[in-house]
Design a protein around this ligand. Structure first.
Ligand code: PGA
Length: 251
């Protein structure tokens, strides 16, 4: 049985003060060990103070992005080494907001995943179809392409630290969650695609998160699906009580 994961993606929310307050409350309220891994992804500016606030407890830290180069003249960018240096263990890569709003393509996503792996940062690699792709029957083709391109030239050994996240674009921030059946259908497809490329052993050990309007009321039905290994939570991760409810209902 693989360990479930709940990851909170704060996106462009919370000042340092708000982030540290959240971390203190989380630490206090989740002091008992839980049956899965809890990850939070604050904005870059809050990563270091949150890492300090979470010292000594097993709540993990993720960044929301990184640059694929190790260093250099890339004004405004953040490197893998900088993230590892402050205690980050994960990084979100390929989120649909980056793909759509910042024109990130599969080649860049693939390079970011490779750099993250080189620095022992666990990529939380997001895939998902838009509403029009779903309505025109392209969901599986889109997901397969995103996986093949994002993980291009990586072996089954390389991809062990990767956490996959299925996030239908039409469900992100819209309040429209995929039904547990709709989500499971794609999760199953992702698992089968991973088996095809990397073999049963790797695929059965890959955690596949669901993301898109996850909240305390829908998490239980989602997590009961056989191929859903946890959730990547946006809006509902910003409020510490709601986030903890999701964690407790999941593990
Ligand atoms: P949401 O965001 O939970 O607000 O829909 C999920 C995500 O973008 O990771």
């Amino acid at each position: 049985m693989i360990r479930p994961i709940i990851a909170g993606n704060w996106k462009m929310h919370k000042t340092v003060e708000e982030s540290v307050n959240f971390a203190h409350q989380l630490r206090e309220k989740l002091s008992e060990p839980v049956g899965g891994d809890v990850i939070i992804a604050p904005p870059f500016t809050a990563l270091f103070p949150v890492a300090e606030a979470l010292k000594g407890v097993s709540i993990h830290l993720s960044a929301q992005n990184l640059h694929w180069e190790e260093e250099g003249a890339y004004t405004g960018e953040i490197s893998a080494g900088m993230l590892v240096g402050i205690g980050c263990e994960y990084v979100i890569i390929g989120h649909s907001e980056r793909r759509i709003l910042f024109n990130e393509n599969s080649n860049e996503i693939n390079r970011k995943i490779k750099t993250a792996l080189k620095f022992n940062l666990g990529p939380i690699f997001c895939v998902g179809e838009t509403l029009s792709e779903r309505e025109s029957g392209q969901t599986f083709a889109v997901i397969k392409r995103q996986i093949e391109e994002g993980l291009f030239n990586l072996s089954s050994g390389d991809i062990k630290p990767i956490v996959l996240a299925y996030e239908p674009v039409w469900a992100i921030g819209t309040g429209k969650t995929a039904t547990p059946g709709q989500a499971e259908e794609v999760h199953r497809f992702i698992r089968d695609t991973m088996t095809e490329i990397y073999g049963e052993d790797t695929s059965s050990n890959t955690v596949i998160l669901y993301g898109g309007s996850v909240n305390p009321d829908n998490i239980s039905d989602l997590i009961n699906q056989p191929d859903i290994g946890g959730a990547l939570v946006g809006g509902a991760s910003l409020d510490v009580e709601r986030f903890i409810k999701i964690v407790k209902r999941c593990f």
